[in-house]
Design a protein around this ligand. Structure first.
Ligand code: GUN
Ligand code: FE
Length: 455
């Protein structure tokens, strides 16, 4: 009997650093019963041939066919699960109107658990089919439906970090969609945390409760303070929107006479396990606060283009040492694919660097040295996401979870444009990042369990 649960054999791509990928050609990867990568050996390893002959042909030996590759599963740091039901619609109105006209009415429907189940099951399956193995979710204000989302992640094998959303301020939130009052908001959050922790005891890949003030405008001071205390008491992750739109940013400035980042910090909401979406208005001082406290940024490039009219200076934030990952921001971002968002992160950064109007003099066009490469975008979608969540995920490396997508470049009728047998593997990687769709994602594994097979 092998001491390993699975032995995988094939070529893998994983981030070495933000700028560089590791191409692990023809590697043997040994996964233990906890779903962790226990050992890896490439052809240069002294025991490679003997290990290969020892395991080849065994039942738990998985060898990739020609044209197939292992990539780490993607980590999506910002999804509004209830908004999946409106994904692709209403992308052309300002954020504040969008929230009140479309989003809050939709989210209020998740008091209905039958509706919630239908949407959440479809969303979790869709994200897995797109190669996303870990997701940081906003649910709704409803405690029961939020717990249902955590249960669906648990059942489908996705690593879900789920927040019951807090919106307690009766001035700012509609009467039909808010917490009953501040006390209830905090009590429901605490019950939710305990219920998800209980559920987590029987979930191999992990499910996690997340303290989730929607954004500062939706919450009273008392709620924000209470949520900071709950996060500390239970050592949970925290998520919110920070400095997204002109409106939200100015609102916080008027209410507290300080920046969003400083206000969140004063309520105890920044820290190693905090992830803030957007961060469009972060100045250098705020960025240093993020770096110092270990707070991560969820970069949502598509959503920022549609709703914040913004490109964040991702390169500048990376240089400050802030943990950054990618978020789809369903449904302000209308795609469930982090491949799409990785591409957009590159495109947006190019727009920032090169400017949008070539008729302007060169020195007025853009911000020099802003561009990121597809390799850096891949880092954000994988290792950067793992670091943002302080979890051992997002890399194909020893002591990381076996969370992978097996990409098949040779699919009848939809093969990637690879026409020579000896194409450079870095070129293959770039083609994968630009051209893969769910039909190329053959299998998805989370914590050593197969959770999706292409039908
Ligand atoms: N700010 C507060 N709520 C939301 C939301 O649901 N989506 C986005 N993009 N921004 C928000
Ligand atoms: Fe959002």
């Amino acid at each position: 009997m092998s001491k390993y649960t699975y032995i995988f054999h094939g070529t893998a791509f994983s981030s070495h650093s933000p700028k560089k990928i590791n191409v692990l050609k023809d590697y043997l990867i040994f996964v233990n019963s906890n779903g962790m990568i226990e050992k890896m050996a490439g052809p240069e390893h002294e025991d490679y041939q003997s290990l290969l002959s020892a395991y080849k042909g065994q039942e738990n030996f998985h060898h990739l066919e020609d044209g197939q590759y292992f990539l780490p599963g993607f980590v999506d740091l910002h999804v509004h699960a209830p908004q999946w039901a409106q994904s692709g619609t209403a992308l052309d109105i300002p954020l504040y109107d969008w929230l009140h006209t479309y989003t809050f009415p939709l989210e209020s429907k998740y008091a209905d658990l039958v509706f919630a189940k239908t949407v959440y099951e479809d969303l979790v399956s869709t994200l897995l089919a797109n190669g996303t193995t870990t997701v940081l979710y906003f649910a709704t204000v409803h405690k029961e439906a939020s717990l249902l989302l955590a249960e669906i992640c648990a059942k489908k094998g996705q690593r879900g970090l789920v927040g019951k959303v807090v919106m307690d301020d009766p001035e700012q939130n509609p009467h039909y969609y808010r917490d009953a009052d501040t006390k209830t908001a905090l009590a429901d959050t605490e019950e939710f945390i305990l219920a998800v922790k209980e559920l987590a005891n029987s979930v191999k890949q992990g499910v996690y409760p997340v303290v989730t003030p929607r954004f500062i405008p939706s919450c009273s001071d008392e709620a924000l303070k209470g949520l900071g205390e709950l996060a500390a008491k239970y050592d949970t992750h925290v998520q919110s929107h920070c400095s997204e739109s002109d409106w939200a940013y100015s609102y916080v400035q008027n209410r507290f006479d300080k920046h969003d980042a400083a206000a969140l910090h004063d309520f105890g909401l920044l820290g190693e396990k905090s992830v803030m979406a957007h961060c469009n208005f972060l100045d250098d001082h705020d960025a240093e606060l993020f770096a110092r406290t270990g707070t991560a940024i969820s970069h949502c490039p598509l959503s920022n283009a549609y709703f914040a009219n913004s490109v964040i200076p991702i390169k500048r934030f990376m240089a400050k040492g802030i943990d950054i990952g990618l978020g789809t921001d369903i449904s302000a971002g209308a795609t469930p694919s982090l491949y799409d968002n990785a591409k957009q992160a590159v495109v947006s950064s190019r727009m920032l660097e090169d400017g949008v109007n070539p008729a302007l003099p060169a020195e007025e066009r853009g911000v020099p040295d802003s561009r990121i490469s597809i390799h850096e975008a891949f880092y954000l979608a994988t290792a950067g996401g793992g670091e943002s969540l302080s979890l051992p995920i997002g890399r194909i490396q020893e002591n990381y979870a076996w969370d992978v997508q097996i990409v098949d470049t040779k699919v009848p009728g939809a093969s990637l444009p690879i026409f020579t047998d000896n194409e450079a593997l870095d070129d293959v990687f770039q083609k994968i990042m630009h051209l893969v769709r769910p039909e190329h994602i053959r299998e998805v594994w989370v914590q050593g369990e197969k959770v999706h097979s292409r039908s």
